[in-house]
Design a protein. Sequence first.
Length: 128
Amino acid sequence: MSRTFVYARVSRTELTTSNQLEEVKAAGFTVDAKRIVEETISGSTEAFKRPLFAKLVDRLEAGDVLIVTKLDRLGRSALDVRSTVEKLAGMGVRGVRYRCLCTAHRALAIEPQHAYRLCAGCAGAGAL
């Protein structure tokens, strides 16, 4: 049985993740509080160097769903997101899907190998 996780990130301490969590709820997802990871760290920090993201990845199993409200929560650039996805695949994380709730691709489930392409498309359209 797949589990659903949320990764919500903000860049500065004066910001909160509440809008991201509200967006997840509004999209119809119910996620156990123990599977919600909120982190305050710059998007320019590589995903696997973010302490809480790294712990989250350690918990993921094949078939789990990782929700981010926008793919830029995974990284600031398409290259960063691509690198993150490739590292997950290299670790043997298979079948893990990413749900992008951004305006352009609301509630779209994508396979890891396609995540960076979607991110690049969102960035080009200004959706990130």
